[in-house]
Design a protein around this ligand. Structure first.
Ligand SMILES: NC(=O)C1=CN([C@@H]2O[C@H](COP(=O)(O)OP(=O)(O)OC[C@H]3O[C@@H](n4cnc5c(N)ncnc54)[C@H](O)[C@@H]3O)[C@@H](O)[C@H]2O)C=CC1
Ligand SMILES: O=C([O-])CC(=O)C(=O)O
Length: 313
């Protein structure tokens, strides 16, 4: 157990599941949950604290009463915002969630300016951009969660196709967290064996399509909102790597300043996460085809950030 404080703003499905995951695993000493829905956040905090006590975890879980409760956070995770419903794309959330992001990130800046910020709200890459521009925080300290989730989904679909390899699959997805994200089969392995060696092209193409539609599949089935168990678990891994200075490599959404040939745009790439936040951006040698797909995905993010520039900054 380390003496660290994590604040989660947005105690809805993803935020409360994240708090539960962090508290159950005793990843930090204190969790503060903040939400505009006062009764809900109080209920979630009580329930999760009681579950932590059942698990004999030392993590203390509390609801924030005021913005001052954010003070001294090592990490602030922002899950505040509206989720999509069937018939919507993540991009449809842009202006609604950008307004929420602006108010939340200014609250973070005022009360916990040294925190590392993990953004979860959608559309993810545009929300990372919004958090960066509104706060003026250093790019190393504002990190978007999507690649870990998308890669976990790709692992799931590889397992589904193969029927073996559970727990031994590593997959990698780059690009923006949208319909044109870029799954990388040639960087995806089962027990170290590249999937190109054990699956035929048609099956790999199917895995790529299913990975891209993984979020949508759940939205359609749920009808009321979007996925939260895998998103919360993926976020907890990022929190853990930062708090424990594990320096693990995860695909995360970060501001690119020259990497992969892009400037002033946010996209998902493999990074090293440690106590300073983003400690290294890893530049992979993409194939020509992957470069084209990555460019398309980055251009989709650019369309959204241009709308933000025209409306907010
Ligand atoms: N990056 C990713 O891979 C993923 C992103 N998401 C996104 O995360 C966001 C949250 O999703 P859910 O938890 O399922 O939604 P939810 O509706 O269950 O929870 C959102 C919470 O934010 C709160 N909120 C709204 N404005 C606020 C403010 N100004 N301050 C504090 N709290 C505020 C709401 O009261 C609500 O409790 C959505 O935008 C969703 O699209 C969800 C899953 C994966
Ligand atoms: O699909 C959504 O709207 C939520 C999300 O980003 C995901 O689950 O990948």
């Amino acid at each position: 157990m380390i003496n660290k404080k994590v604040t989660i703003i947005g105690a809805g499905n993803v935020g409360s599941t994240l708090a539960y995951t962090l508290a159950s695993k005793a990843i930090c000493s204190t969790i503060i949950l903040k939400d505009i829905r006062e009764n809900i956040v109080e209920a979630m905090s009580l329930d999760i604290s009681q579950s932590a006590n059942a698990a004999k975890s030392h993590t203390i879980v509390k609801a924030a009463k005021t913005s001052k409760d954010l003070e001294g956070s090592d990490i602030v995770v922002i899950t505040a915002g509206v989720p999509r419903k069937p018939g919507m794309s993540r991009n449809d959330l842009l202006l609604t969630n950008a307004k929420i992001m602006e108010s939340v990130i200014l609250e973070v800046k005022e009360n916990s300016p040294d925190a590392i910020v993990i953004v979860v709200s959608n559309p993810l890459d545009a929300m990372v951009y919004s958090a960066l521009k509104s706060s003026g925080f250093k790019k190393e300290k504002v990190i978007g969660m999507a690649g870990v989730l998308d890669s976990a989904r790709m692992s799931h679909f590889i397992l589904d196709k193969l029927g073996y390899g559970a727990g031994q699959i590593e997959a990698l997805v780059m690009g923006g967290h949208g319909d044109d994200m870029v799954p990388l089969p040639n960087h995806s392995t089962v027990a170290g064996i590249c999937i190109d060696n054990i699956l035929i092209k048609k099956d790999i193409d199917d895995i790529v399509t299913k990975t891209r539609n993984g979020g949508l599949q759940i939205v359609k089935l749920l009808e009321t909102g979007s996925a939260y168990y895998a998103p919360a678990h993926a976020t907890s891994l990022m929190v853990e790597s930062i708090l424990n200075n594990e320096k693990k490599i995860y695909p995360c959404s970060v501001l690119l300043e020259g990497e992969y040939g892009y400037e002033n745009i946010v996209g998902g790439v493999p990074v090293m996460l440690g106590s300073n936040g983003i400690e290294k951006i890893i530049e992979l040698d993409l194939t020509d085809e992957q470069k084209v797909l990555f460019e398309k995905s980055i251009n989709s993010v650019k369309e959204l950030t241009e709308v933000l520039e025209n409306n907010f900054f």
